[in-house]
Design a protein around this ligand. Structure first.
Ligand SMILES: Nc1ncnc2c1ncn2[C@@H]1O[C@H](COP(=O)(O)OP(=O)(O)O)[C@@H](O)[C@H]1O
Ligand SMILES: [Mg+2]
Length: 224
């Protein structure tokens, strides 16, 4: 895949295959193309050349509305700054992801509550993002991303805006999700997060993959 902005090749010939159940961490300096990669995989933008296939489907063959539907249904995204809706309490932030793919309100709320419970923040269901801690917000963000049981969970610097203790919790959460079979593509500056959570590390530089390694910390990954 290549992605060119003006005269900058944000992605300059990147080929990456992620198998079900893997947790891939992409690392590299600021500006090396990590977020661009995630945006292409999420179908938020299209590559200049090359293709993205998720769950056997070629995103380049989809029109805008099909792509949006595909993304809501099959891809979960976790962001550095959470991207929660300030006007909705935690539970509704999560349930909305289900409502957008047509899940009836009661079922969406039940699933959202189940997720908040699994993530240990069911007690905060009625709290608005403004009163949640960074760790709680990121848990809500993760619950929202998991709402529709995505084939692929994407995370862009998920510990980039929280303190180190909270970062540890976010790491625990991602590791646990992957151990239970969730396929994960993670972009991070956080070496510790990457080596703890990933089954494979990919180093980026100037829009290219310069190294791939398998960290030793993990037992072999399993397929759901
Ligand atoms: N929408 C855009 N328009 C123009 N240039 C962009 C855009 N998005 C990213 N870039 C450029 O592409 C390069 C890679 O950016 P990015 O993927 O955000 O890097 P990273 O996430 O690794 O910091 C940078 O030089 C950046 O300025
Ligand atoms: Mg980035």
């Amino acid at each position: 895949m290549r992605k060119v902005y003006g005269d900058v090749a944000a992605l300059d010939g990147v080929s990456l295959r992620i198998r079900p159940g893997e947790a891939v961490a992409v690392m590299g300096p600021s500006g090396s193309g990590k977020s661009t990669l995630l945006n292409m995989v999420a179908g938020l933008d299209r590559p200049t050349s090359g293709s993205v296939v998720v769950n056997g489907e070629d995103l380049g063959r989809m029109g805008e509305s099909a792509l949006a539907r595909f993304r809501r249904r099959h891809i979960g995204m976790v962001f550095q700054f959470f991207n929660l809706l300030d006007d909705l309490p935690a539970l509704d932030n999560v349930a909305l992801a289900g409502r957008l793919v047509g899940v009836p309100a009661r079922r969406a709320r039940a699933r959202a509550l189940e997720l908040l419970d699994e993530l240990g923040i069911a007690g905060r269901r009625d709290a608005y993002p403004a009163v949640l801690s960074g760790g709680e917000r990121q848990r809500v963000g993760v619950a929202r991303a998991l709402m529709n049981r995505p084939a692929l969970l994407l995370a862009d610097e998920p510990t980039g805006a929280v303190d180190s203790a909270t970062g540890e919790q976010v790491g625990d959460l991602l590791l646990d999700l992957n151990r239970r079979g969730q396929t994960l593509l993670l972009v991070t500056h956080d070496q510790r997060l990457a080596t703890r959570c990933a089954t494979r590390l990919v180093d980026f530089m100037d829009g290219r993959i310069v190294r791939e390694t398998e960290p030793e910390r993990r037992e072999p990954w399993t397929v759901r």
